[in-house]
Design a binder for this molecule. Structure first.
Ligand code: C5P
Length: 372
């Protein structure tokens, strides 16, 4: 039994502060694109994974593979394991690059779920499959659903989005992958550093004011100010003229502009992006692409800056790092523009490989005939 499953890009990825469980609350707009893995499952003595195709060597082939974990989890949820027929040979034909920000591993897990459900006649409903999928990984439910959808929570709570038209993309693959947990951790670090910088700037401003008090209007006022300063210094044990520490929270409150920039806001859906997607206008969509993980991915892989610039210089309507990277996604005006853009980005020599794809496409589906 064979299932085909698409890669995804995130048209918006808004990341909230870290949660107690180590995950981050997200608001994201997933978009499935026409770059597919295929997964075949067959009854076997014991569960095993064989991987062929792009990056096959870097995919774990044991039971830690997400597709194998998905098969085991479905067998448990559907009770198939108890009937002693749940072991499967899982063959994954990879076209989606590994650790690329395209949810390739999650895609394989979703394909394994639908293929095993069919092979075993387990009869799990889409809702039951989604529940098993969410336990395997945050992006797995979307790989089942496909299309374009808003993800919330860890990304596993999905609402299909209203989208007009077909969007043409160029995907530029980086050399090697990026670890998703490392990119989220780098995002937290960058934000903490920015918050510390803003707090310092906010404390410095009242200090500067304290250092330069308003000029006394009369000699009597000057004498009174000197007495107040000496008394305050004596009370605090500091030499006269030293400044008492400014409470950063109070200082930040005094400068709401900086305090707001520093605090990580709860993630918000971009209504401008949703309106653009409804309108079907790729120019409008391109202008609204946004990824909070992009600065972190670029900090870990500075070459991404050149790739993004190359895409923009060659006329991309929008240029963005996909998910946690390092793939860059460039939006084109139409299929012909995507082909030209793919050639131009390839010529720029800033990435490992380039493909032109379209979206949205459906989620994991059983292939009727033989695998391609
Ligand atoms: O859910 P999944 O296993 O795909 O997530 C991989 C890693 O990505 C998590 O262990 C976590 O470090 C990070 N992550 C996160 N917040 C999310 C999704 C993933 O921090 N919403």
């Amino acid at each position: 039994m064979t299932a085909r499953v698409p890669a995804k890009v995130n048209l918006q990825l808004a990341v909230g502060p870290p949660r107690a469980d180590g995950y981050h609350d997200l608001v994201t707009v997933f978009h499935a694109v026409s770059l597919f893995d295929e997964v075949t499952v067959r009854p076997a003595e014991r569960t095993k994974v064989v991987v062929t195709g792009a990056d096959a060597g870097s995919v774990p082939a044991g039971r830690t593979n997400l597709a194998a974990r998905a098969a085991v989890a479905l067998a448990k949820a559907a009770g198939t394991g108890r009937r002693g027929k749940s072991a499967v040979l899982i063959e994954i034909r990879k076209r989606i690059p590994v650790a690329a920000g395209l949810a390739g591993g999650s895609a394989d897990a979703a394909a394994a779920l639908v293929a095993c459900n069919e092979l075993w006649g387990a009869g799990a409903s889409p809702r039951e499959l989604r529940a098993v999928a969410a336990d395997i990984g945050s992006d797995v439910p979307f790989a089942l659903l496909g299309g374009t959808a808003v993800g919330q929570g860890r990304g596993e709570q999905l609402t299909p989005a209203l989208v007009t038209g077909v969007y043409h993309w160029v995907l530029a693959f980086g050399v090697g992958g990026l670890s998703t947990p490392e990119v989220y951790a780098a995002c937290d670090r960058l934000r903490a550093a920015r918050a510390a910088g803003a707090a310092n700037a906010a404390t410095a401003a009242p200090r500067r004011l304290a250092e330069a008090p308003a000029a006394p209007r009369s000699p009597a006022e000057a004498a009174a100010a000197a007495r107040r300063s000496a008394a305050a210094a004596a009370a605090s044990g500091s030499p006269a003229g030293a400044h008492s520490a400014v409470n950063p929270a109070i200082a930040a409150a005094a400068r709401p502009d900086q305090a707001e920039t520093a605090a990580v806001q709860p993630p918000q859906l971009s209504t401008a992006l949703m309106a653009a997607l409804r309108s079907g206008d790729p120019v409008a969509v391109g202008a609204q692409l946004a990824n909070d993980l992009q600065p972190a991915a670029v900090s870990l892989r500075p070459q991404l800056r050149q790739a993004l610039t190359a895409g923009r210089q060659h006329g991309a309507l929008g240029a963005i790092v996909s998910g946690s990277g390092p793939t860059c996604a460039f939006l084109a005006a139409d299929a012909a523009h995507a082909r030209d853009l793919a050639v131009a980005v390839t010529g720029a020599g800033v990435c490992r490989a380039v493909v032109a794809v379209r979206g949205p496409v459906g989620g994991a589906t059983i292939l009727a005939g033989e695998p391609t």
